[in-house]
Design a protein around this ligand. Structure first.
Ligand code: CA
Length: 431
């Protein structure tokens, strides 16, 4: 390596060692500690790196080390190109934190109603007004969705550019061609960004079928078709865009989550549901989420299920403190904070039902689950209802309407309470 390259490399390395932070002013003495690199070592994906460019684009590189990525970019294109690199970041795995419900889903006198959550947030009161999320796409960045489930099969966002027949009479959804030139082949119903862990059962890149169950459960809370079964989706006229980045074992790469979020932007989703966490270091993910508000997209994230204060034990994306993001904590049928829920009076904004939540699972069934993963789609569905009422609303207005209309309860979030869909719809109408 010549002297010039060595100098450039060291300069680049100086800015390359990034870590995420919660976006707070550094002068604030209560700023939570930045996650240390060591805390992420167990989740590193070997030889896999995310490169963020000053132009805003993101690329992905295979190399032995961060330094090798930079060196290769320098050698490929001389200093001119590598100068434009903002940072290089190690890719990491994210793991779902799923909880089997402690409550039975079958009805009995001691159990809450199957739709206690929908009732508590007063969603039925707006459904009867015809407020149902019509015209809004909600991207479910998760383990995919069982798009054949009777309550979901009519609820999926379809890509018209990959439907019908091509000039040679072939079915566009299966012709191996990127008919709508969006960068993805045969992406008729979302996409599969997951790197599958079972090589015997690889899943086609264009197939977001859920082999876990988490994404199907989340999707049902947002948009299950009421007339097709027992689950009442919060926004049943919204369209679900299933973007699979979590595999059958409940793990997915941060890089794949970024690709899925970028797909949601291209597909003109208005709401992104992120019922996952555990990314501790990704500035690339933080930057991607921070860019959504300018595109008119609201990002709804789960607080996590470790019963931790995110101020002192941050986990991401929950603790990013991005203005266009809402982080959701879980509440119970007694309107208390769920014992497992992470919380923070600054980094989490709102509560929503997350204990004993019955929703759709693959192969046509339903299941009761607990978690902030379940609370998050209540808020994502509510955001879809508000966008349906007021398509020109800004992300800030949607967030304001959701947070300023809560039912006040003693839970640890910035809004001081739990989602109330009816009051949020009334408020957005007045904005
Ligand atoms: Ca395409």
């Amino acid at each position: 390596m010549d002297v010039v390259h060595r100098i450039i490399l060291s300069a680049l390395l100086g800015i390359a060692l990034t870590s995420c932070n919660n976006g707070s002013d550094n002068s604030n003495p209560t700023t939570p500690p930045i996650a240390s690199k060591a805390s992420c070592l167990g989740s590193e994906i070997k030889n896999h790196f995310i490169v963020k460019w000053k132009s805003g684009k993101t690329t992905y590189e295979e190399a032995e080390s961060q330094e090798a990525v930079l060196q290769s970019l320098v050698l490929q294109n001389s200093a001119q190109n590598s100068d434009q690199v903002e940072f290089v970041e190690q890719d990491h795995m994210i793991h779902l934190d799923v909880r089997e419900s402690t409550q039975a889903s079958s009805a009995s006198t001691s159990q809450p109603a199957i739709d206690w959550g929908q009732q508590m947030v007063q969603a039925p009161a707006v459904w009867t007004q015809g407020v149902n999320g019509n015209g809004v796409t909600v991207a479910v960045v998760d383990s995919g969705a069982d798009y054949t489930h009777p309550q979901l099969r009519d609820q999926i966002a379809l890509n018209a550019g990959e439907m019908g027949v091509d000039s040679q009479g072939r079915d566009k959804s299966n012709n191996g061609i990127d008919d709508d030139a969006n960068g993805y082949i045969d992406d008729v119903r979302g996409y599969n960004f997951a790197e599958d862990d079972d090589p015997k059962h690889p899943q086609a890149a264009n197939d977001p079928m859920d082999t876990n169950e988490h994404g199907t459960h989340v999707s049902g809370i947002i948009g299950a078709k009421h007339s097709a079964g027992p689950i009442h989706g919060i926004a049943e006229q919204a369209k679900i865009l299933p973007l699979r980045f979590i595999n059958a074992s409940g793990a997915g790469a941060v890089s794949s989550a970024i690709k899925a979020i970028q797909y949601a932007v291209k597909a003109k989703a208005k709401v992104i549901n992120a019922s996952w966490g555990g990314s501790e270091c990704s500035k690339a993910l933080q930057d991607t989420i921070a860019g959504l508000e300018a595109q008119g997209i609201i990002f709804i994230a789960a607080a996590g299920n470790d019963n931790k204060n995110l101020d002192t034990t941050p986990s991401y994306p929950a603790a990013y403190a991005i203005p266009g993001q809402i982080t959701v904590i879980a509440t119970t049928e007694l309107d208390a904070q769920a014992e497992f829920s992470n919380f923070s009076f600054t980094l989490t904004q709102i509560g929503a039902p997350g204990l004993g939540i019955v929703s759709t699972i693959p192969n046509g069934g339903t299941l009761s689950l607990d978690g902030t993963s379940m609370a998050t789609p209540f808020v994502a569905g509510a955001a879809a209802l508000l966008f349906g009422v007021k398509p020109t609303a800004t992300v800030a207005q949607i967030k304001d309407a959701l947070l300023k209309s809560v039912d006040q309860t003693s839970i640890a979030d910035s809004a001081g309470g739990r989602l109330n869909v009816k009051k949020a719809v009334d408020l957005i109408k007045s904005m």
